[in-house]
Design a protein around this ligand. Structure first.
Ligand code: ZN
Length: 393
């Protein structure tokens, strides 16, 4: 990192990192920058495991890990840092032992209190770059806000079932933050967790490795950063794409008139008033399920006043197949079309398999659209269960 003294590499380290040293984009200078870098990882779970393994084997000088959880049997399907014998012991204890065995040249620092609104700013300020490997919204929003106030780049990864997203939120260099995309924290009860929705094990390997990659690129100045770009993986479909993301002038944190001015604990407790029943007695979001099946969607669409069916796929996907009455707005264009969406008519959002549309459903709910639901399994499920004549991809 700029300004920090550069530590030279020992002969043993030069052998260990020789394949890095041969890469012109890394070289000895880049490897020394890695050795000099202080990286903080929030969460040692599905994303944190591969991220930590690659950062430590790459020779990051100091890796801090904030984690409070213990290893459970159901973690072992994807949290590749842990073994059967680790069940029941703290992830920090088990993980630090495994990481130290992998590379004793790395200084590991444990933060067993995890990330809290009390410690976030001082913790972030003592590291050069932060990785968010969390799986819950309060910590994700806290990490985002603390990174903004501490002026630190935040490597972001998130996953849902077979789909994952990776980016670099680098607000000190003018990039957007997480709240530019999702301004307010959704009701945690309205968003399915990995426990409820399931998660594909190898997906977190892909996204966690990309987070390590992005961190190493940032430290070594190699290649083209994901700053301002969201890298999206749909592993079930075998598709990868990148969308541009920009700072949102209305962002409550980094926008022109922000209302979040500190990281007080109250900002990371979901305000249940957001789901109160509206004055006109219309059903609130809790009366509209978060997801409906294609059979239910068909029934809703056959009503005298049908809901709006919103297709958030890309145009090339729509060219392959579409559900007749659907309105098409690609996912990344939804924020700029909010004023064109009805607030008094239910909205069914769909994509290919249900991952992107779930994110749009969550986003619209945070923007006050109370009657929004996700089409479970997306158009692919529709094609197999409701319309076998439809083309699939
Ligand atoms: Zn922002």
């Amino acid at each position: 990192m700029p300004g920090a003294p550069v530590q030279s590499l020992s002969d043993i380290e030069k052998i260990r990192y020789s394949r890095h040293l041969r890469l012109p984009q890394i070289g000895e200078a880049g490897q020394q920058r890695l050795k000099n870098a202080r990286v903080l990882l929030i969460g040692l779970g599905g994303l944190g495991s591969p991220a930590a393994l690659y950062l430590v084997s790459a020779g990051v000088g100091t890796l801090g890990i904030a984690e409070t959880d213990t290893v459970a049997r159901h973690n072992l399907q994807r949290q590749i840092l842990f073994r059967e014998d680790d069940i029941g012991i703290s992830k920090l204890t088990a993980g630090m032992a495994a990481l130290h065995a992998l590379n004793p040249h790395v200084s590991l620092v444990s933060h067993p209190d995890g990330l809290t609104s009390d410690n976030a700013l001082s913790l972030f300020s003592s590291y050069d770059v932060i990785l968010d490997g969390t799986d819950n919204f309060p910590t994700r929003y806290l990490a985002n806000d603390a990174a903004f106030f501490a002026r630190r780049p935040l490597v972001h990864g998130s996953i849902f079932q077979f789909e994952g997203q990776t980016t670099l939120f680098d607000t000190p260099k003018g990039g957007p933050c997480y709240r530019c995309l999702f301004p307010e924290m959704p009701n945690p009860a309205s968003v399915p967790t990995c426990e409820q929705a399931g998660v594909f094990g190898a997906l977190v390997g892909v996204i966690g490795s990309l987070m390590a990659m992005e961190t190493i690129k940032l430290i070594t100045n190699a290649g083209e950063s994901l700053r301002g770009r969201l890298l999206m993986h749909d592993l079930l479909a075998g598709r990868v794409r990148t969308v541009r993301i920009q700072r949102n002038p209305d962002c409550p944190l980094c926008g022109q008139t922000p209302h979040i001015t500190n990281i007080g604990a109250a900002n990371y407790v979901y305000d249940s008033c957001n789901t109160a029943i509206s004055e006109n007695g219309l059903p609130n979001m809790e009366n509209i399920p978060l997801e409906i099946t294609c059979e239910e969607a068909q029934e809703w669409l056959a009503r005298p006043v049908p809901p709006l069916l919103l297709d958030v796929r890309e145009i090339d996907e729509v060219a392959i197949c579409k559900i007749g009455q659907a309105r098409h707005i690609p996912m990344d264009a939804v924020p700029e079309h909010l004023k064109t969406l009805p607030t008094d008519t239910p909205i069914i959002v769909h994509c290919h398999h249900g991952g992107r549309s779930m994110r749009v459903t969550q986003f619209l709910r945070t923007k006050g659209f109370a009657k929004v639901t996700n089409l479970k399994g997306g158009i692919d499920r529709w094609a197999t269960a409701c319309d076998p004549s439809m083309a699939r991809y």
